[in-house]
Design a protein around this ligand. Structure first.
Ligand code: DC
Length: 239
């Protein structure tokens, strides 16, 4: 990884499905004028590309070969693209920002995430995107693998019932009507796969701040994190 210049500041946010990562990471980036990188969107775009090319999500080498050929780009939504999406996602220049949010593609992203060949390519892309920037990056392996030297590592958690509620709301936004039971099954399946996979499993690093968002409003979470960031940035400036 390239050496980090002094002006960079990296915030790594990890956590399971619907723990609050995306909402907070996005708002934090806006508030602190940092670049927001949603790594889950990259796994999702990759899963969509594999599906369209009729490649089995379980076939790691085939998905990795495809990953090396396609172009995945993230951009801040602007103009007409400001339609509630957290980030604009382009797959070979096609806007797939909403398509990748479907339940089925989430499952595909979780499956392709078990392959070391695929992770190697996506982790390198993610690290290259950070070079010298002030960044908020969210995912499953950010503090442990992608940005091990991040200035602030947050591991976000929330009770399962609360996560089911949040996920159901997100899916409604993309027009998917799913039952509570279906959402719960999806969450349990993805949690289990991601926490037990061999490569870069989802788990907090020793230096991560574990933040339970179950009973906190978005404003409260934002306030707690902003305070910590300000303190860390001030310490960094003095050093
Ligand atoms: O954050 P998300 O739900 O949009 O991510 C979709 C899937 O992608 C998630 O279930 C697991 C995988 N993923 C991963 O393996 N590593 C990451 N850094 C981000 C996502």
């Amino acid at each position: 990884m390239p050496k980090r210049p002094n002006l960079s500041f990296q915030i790594a946010i990890d956590g399971p499905v619907a723990s609050g990562k995306s909402t907070i990471a996005k708002q934090l980036a806006d508030q602190l004028k940092m670049t927001y990188i949603d790594t889950g969107a990259m796994y999702r775009a990759m899963a969509l590309a594999a599906q369209r090319n009729k490649i089995d999500w379980h076939n790691g080498p085939a998905v990795a070969t495809l990953a090396a050929k396609i172009d995945i780009r993230l951009a801040r939504p602007a103009g007409k693209k400001k339609d509630g999406r957290p980030v604009s996602v382009y797959l070979n220049n096609e806007d797939v920002s909403w398509k990748i949010r479907e339940l089925e593609i989430g499952e595909g992203a979780s499956i392709i995430g078990i392959h070391k060949e695929v992770r190697k390519i996506l982790v390198k892309l993610q690290q290259d995107m950070c070079d010298g920037k002030r960044i908020v990056m969210e995912g499953r392996d950010i503090g442990s693998k992608v940005l091990p030297d991040a200035d602030l590592k947050i591991f976000m958690i929330a009770d399962q019932a609360e996560r089911v509620k949040r996920k159901q709301k997100q899916l409604k936004q993309v027009g998917e009507k799913v039952t509570k039971k279906q959402v719960q099954a999806d969450i349990v399946s993805r949690d289990t796969r991601e926490m037990t996979r061999e490569i870069d499993p989802l788990r907090p690093t020793l230096d991560a701040w574990q933040l339970d968002t179950t009973h906190l409003s978005i404003e409260q979470v934002m306030d707690e994190i902003s305070k910590r960031v300000k303190m860390l940035e001030a310490t960094q400036r003095k050093a």
